[in-house]
Ligand binder design. Structure first.
Ligand code: URA
Ligand code: URA
Length: 268
């Protein structure tokens, strides 16, 4: 208890040194007064949120904001697509710009496909050879299996939105490197912010760990629900992994049934 109090005091001293004396309930003089509202939870975009110390809350950490606003706040301010308002616009920008060396070597950028208002977004790792040729995600052997898996829980490819962490094919399908993730992940954030899905499915360890900023085994990622700034996320095996190891088909089926149940709860 004593050390807890000491920790608290130290945290307060640290806050004070960073932000000046505490202003517990007052707002800064120049802040507009709180708007009267019947709905206490309604978010007024003109009103920044303040914590007990009178400091503006990091929007990504502000659970009172809609997920799309929290996710948009993750995108660097100097990203030219940050304030774009449609997927077409972002896709045209991605097609026209090379951010990392794999963008120079691609035949096509692979942006994403499906319903721009989808309630379910599916995220893979990166395009392979077939995807690079056609400019569309999951069209090769793994993609055909993904379509079948979706059909098994009554989704058509057209009902959902499918994309990847990377928009360009890495040479010999190697894993994404840090520079590529840093350059391309904010594009995925923008896609999610525009689509505003009710739930996200990551296929494979790389997609799930990259989106959730973890480094876990697939076995510990699957079978449960994670949170991405207010959007539920589930993970399962990558269809390419299922083509190599049939033992993973049963747990994948369990994951997909769980996904369908949660999707129906979230969208009814
Ligand atoms: N594997 C992926 O992760 N994405 C694709 O688009 C194709 C194969
Ligand atoms: N390992 C992976 O990287 N992905 C899978 O889907 C399964 C095992």
């Amino acid at each position: 208890m004593r050390s807890l109090l000491q920790d608290l005091r130290r945290a307060l001293e640290h806050e004070t040194s960073l932000h000046g004396p505490l202003v517990p309930l007052d707002r800064p003089d120049d802040a507009p007064p709180p708007a009267a509202s019947d709905d206490q939870d309604a978010h007024d975009p003109t009103m920044p949120n303040y914590d007990l110390f009178g400091n503006k809350v990091d929007p990504t950490e502000d659970a009172s904001l809609p997920p799309s606003e929290r996710i948009e706040a993750l995108i660097p301010d100097d990203a030219p697509y940050k304030n774009m308002t449609s997927l077409e616009e972002v896709e045209a920008w991605v097609d026209a710009h090379e951010l990392v060396p794999i963008d120079e070597d691609r035949e096509h950028a692979v942006f994403g496909v499906g319903d721009p208002d989808a309630d379910l977004v599916i995220i893979g790792e990166a395009p392979g050879a077939d995807e690079d040729k056609q400019g569309e995600p999951f069209v090769g052997r793994a993609g055909k299996l993904l379509d079948k898996i979706l059909e098994a829980i009554n989704f058509e490819r057209e009902d959902v939105y499918i994309t990847n962490i990377l928009k360009s094919r890495p040479p010999r399908n190697r894993n994404p490197n840090a520079e590529e993730v840093e350059a391309h992940l904010p594009i995925l954030y923008k896609q999610i912010a525009l689509i505003q899905p009710k739930i996200i499915l990551c296929v494979g360890k790389v997609a799930a760990n990259t989106l959730l900023d973890r480094s876990s085994a697939l076995g510990s990622l699957r079978g449960k629900e994670h949170d991405f700034y207010g959007i539920p996320v589930m993970a399962t095996y990558h269809p390419a992994a299922l083509l190599r190891n049939a033992n993973w088909k049963r747990p994948t089926w369990e994951d997909m049934k769980l996904l369908r149940t949660r999707y129906d709860e979230l969208t009814d």
